[in-house]
Design a protein around this ligand. Structure first.
Ligand code: ZN
Length: 284
């Protein structure tokens, strides 16, 4: 099964929908991190919902969802680009036992920030308090508070995959009843069905009596975007003396990407070369 998203629209009602399933890419995102189960699940669901939102990007750039809380989940971020490559990472208190803890337990006094960053142009950011019993409810709350768009979201995951379904009113939505009607139909799906049945069959089961306009099916990938050059760029935050000291002690400077955990090693020569290139490029 490939990771993909189905986009569709109910022209008659003025409501759009999306269904996403992630497996390989979400496994890759959490690989090596050894997250507690509750955080592992939350990160996968955040990736699914971030991908659902990313399809609305009308320009080159990326959209991210970030949670920050005073609970044991310190920070969680997922970033998805216009070409539907995504990455995500969570930081959490490693000293506590997470068994039996829920979304609410680990996200005390939290806030959610959704940021849209075009490659060119102004970035947009919306911040709301983190409310609800789960991530789906929090995202619905975000749309209610900041975008005023009627939105309903379902998110489920198991060990192997994550499922997301979104219904969202367009500005020309016919009426509230039609939205409630589609929500009612969608609520008939069980979590087990969502995780075991393919998207085409699920969509047929739900909406075969509606006139549904299938817009596209797009593949989704894990894509970190880190590189040796970007890592070297980030070294500007460390002084020459500190770098020299590390290389003198260890023979090289090692850096690990906090998202994908790939590691990069740089020699004294690598760093000097990069800095001289950097110097040249800023002069011109
Ligand atoms: Zn990386």
């Amino acid at each position: 099964m490939t990771d993909q998203i189905h986009r569709f629209i109910f022209d008659k009602y003025g409501i759009r929908g999306e269904m996403v399933k992630l497996s390989t890419s979400s496994q890759r995102m959490v690989q090596g991190h050894q997250y507690p189960l509750v955080i592992n699940n939350l990160l996968k669901q955040a990736a699914a919902v971030n991908v659902l939102l990313a399809t609305t990007l009308k320009f080159e750039g990326r959209i991210s969802i970030q949670l920050q809380t005073e609970g044991s989940l310190k920070m969680l971020v997922v970033q998805t680009s216009h070409d539907l490559g995504y990455r995500g990472v969570a930081q959490y208190d490693k000293e506590i036992d997470y068994s039996g803890l829920s979304f609410k337990d680990i996200t005390r006094n939290g806030q959610m920030c959704i940021t849209i960053e075009p490659l060119k142009g102004k970035r947009y950011q919306g911040i709301v308090p983190l409310e609800g019993d789960n991530l789906a409810q929090s995202i619905e709350g975000y749309f209610k508070q900041s975008e005023q768009l009627k939105t309903k979201i379902w998110l489920y995951n198991d060990h192997h995959q994550v499922f997301g379904l979104m219904l969202q009113a367009l500005p020309d939505m016919l009426d509230d009843d039609s939205f409630q009607h589609l929500v009612f139909l969608s609520t008939t799906l069980t979590e087990k069905e969502c995780l075991t049945v393919d998207s085409e069959t699920l969509l047929h089961r739900l909406f075969h009596q509606e006139s549904i306009n299938n817009l596209a099916v797009d593949p989704i990938e894990f894509s970190c975007g880190c590189s040796r050059t970007k890592m070297l760029d980030s070294l500007t935050l460390i002084s020459d003396e500190e770098i020299e000291e590390i290389i003198l002690e260890e023979g090289k400077l090692s850096m690990t990407c906090e998202f994908c955990l790939d590691s990069f090693a740089f020699s004294d020569m690598d760093i000097k070369q990069h800095r001289s290139l950097e110097g040249n490029s800023t002069e011109h």
